[in-house]
Design a binder for this molecule. Sequence first.
Ligand code: 8DG
Ligand code: CA
Ligand code: CA
Length: 334
Amino acid sequence: MSKRKNPSGAGNLNADFCDFLMELSEYEKNVSRNIHKFNAYKKAAGVLAAHHKRIESGDEAKKLNGIGDKIAKKIDEFLQTGKLRKLETIHQDEQAKAINLLTRVSGIGPVKAAELVRGGIISIDGLRLNLDKLNHHQIIGLKHFEDFEKKIPRSEMQELESKLKEIIFEMDSEFTITICGSYRRGKAESGDIDALVTHPSLKVGEGKKKRDATLLKTLVEQLRESLVTDTISMGDTKFMGVCRLSSEFPYRRLDIRLIPCEQYHCAVLYFTGSDVFNKTMRAHALEQGFTLNEYALRPVGVTGIPGEPIPISSEQDIFDYINFPYKKPEERNM
Ligand code: 8DG
Ligand code: CA
Ligand code: CA
């Protein structure tokens, strides 16, 4: 997942609460490494961002799903004093600040950041003097630190999409490619490019053919001529790397996943997100007696053991099977 998200967009009447909740969630993720608190703050921020009315008190907030006593108290404190003691303390904590900063580098997670900070590295410049302590992914992340923090405007995403399509259709017109993530959800800006590719020859369960294993590498080699500039990692089915349209544009993070055609629609659904939407849809699937993941939709029998994947020929199919009203990608921004 890309880092530093904030649900406080236009039309959010509770944006100031969302800002402090998101900051607290980042702190729990990166510094305390308390995934439950991270999720709780993030969920609360999402709920408040979606609320149609300005919240006037902690008690009022508590009526919303996902907001408990502790967060309600923080809302009251913020309303009464205009700030939060907990955040003030965090802002003064040099260690916490350094850990938060280092995790902004692609490839550096909370554990690695804490280790670096313990070793006395507390700034981006400090990292640049200690490349020997970083792996390949982290070095690329550092090299493009400033660019990777810049959002990608939709117009540039559209150009990237056309160029990717042009190159892969030139290789083989039977390829299918979909740019998923926030771009597919219609967002004005995106953090990275999440590309899914399939081909009629790519099938599950036919054993690992040599051709399949080289397909992604051949594709990326073609992209290297005009778009791809660095490889972070390259597997048989997943490429992580860097691209840019031309020297006038920033470097951008690009992931390409090669998906067997039977799994394509489940993958497109999953990687379109949002992650909160995915959770809601998975929970609904379970209530209807199905398990849904990035690979397949499967019925769960009385034994609780998932059965064979259900043949799926469109995203709509998945919604239909689990009796979930169809949502266009632009309606999945939750
Ligand atoms: P952004 O890049 O513009 O910041 O937003 P995004 O496109 O929505 O987020 P992303 O981090 O690029 O992830 C793309 C989609 O993948 C996301 O919308 C839903 C799905 N997804 C999850 N969980 C996870 C996860 O743990 N890692 C990744 N890489 N993707 C996930 O639901
Ligand atoms: Ca994305
Ligand atoms: Ca991504």
